[in-house]
Write a protein that binds this ligand. Sequence first.
Ligand code: ATR
Length: 290
Amino acid sequence: MNINGYTRTCGLIGNPVEHTMSPAIHNTLAQAMGENLVYVPFRVQKDGLLAAIEGAYALNLQGLNITVPYKSQVIPCLKEIDPLARLIGAVNTLVYTEGGYKGYNTDMPGLYRAMCEDGVGMEGENILILGAGGAARAVAILAAKKGAGQIILFNRTLEKANKVAEEVNAMEGKALVRALTLEDYGTLPKGEKYLAIQATNVGMFPDVEKAVIEEEEFYKRVHTGYDLIFNPAETLFMKRVRENGGKAFGGLKMLLYQGIIAYELWTGRQVDEILAQKAYSKMKKAMGIR
Ligand code: ATR
């Protein structure tokens, strides 16, 4: 790579950032597309977020990704925010604009693009979402916006699921989302099959032997399962879905496409599927997956 006076810099702000896969995605894309752009991680301490964003802007950084724990905290530092990111309440991508950064959420569009790639649709689908935290709430909003049929949230803490359901129903102006506890899956009609999206952190490395719902009975009702977790590559949730005849997908492709969508926002260029696959292979290699 030839770094010169025209090189544009993008980067990741978070804490920690040491295990990020984003440099592998963006530097692969930039190199393959002949874009004079480099992507670097920046670890930012919690009292340094505003200074980091202002500093990045002053240094003319073209774009930033924002990760844990700053996806909501960054919102007051922005000049403008995309409507979907505002609804979700989390921003993971900043784009340089006149007067300040504009914030986007590419996590949910990334999930959607991964699903399209996998041939899985949301429109008219009855969807089960496991969890009611920030990620699950974002998935519920995405599903609502993509015209899902019925959405059922399962969560350990029912009040949290109720709150998310109320919020999304208020956004949509109709009773689209229902909240249940994890044990309540038995109330789903037998014989009916659902798309299930696993949006809790249960089953994430190193707790790979766990799933938020472990009973086979639940998985008999799932035709397709998505786990937002990408490490391990096959979670117990995915394994159970497959064992019961369903198709299962992990979070790595969502991670790829959230990066690709961010890259497209920064450069104004479209990433084709061949290149997307190349970046995906790099990520899998970085994770030790064949
Ligand atoms: P994120 O922003 O990644 O969504 P979060 O907001 O902390 O993270 O949400 C974590 C989700 O995982 C919640 O739905 C949480 O359930 P509660 O709302 O009951 O806390 C769920 N979760 C985490 N650990 C869990 C466990 N051991 N059993 C069941 N659910 C769990």
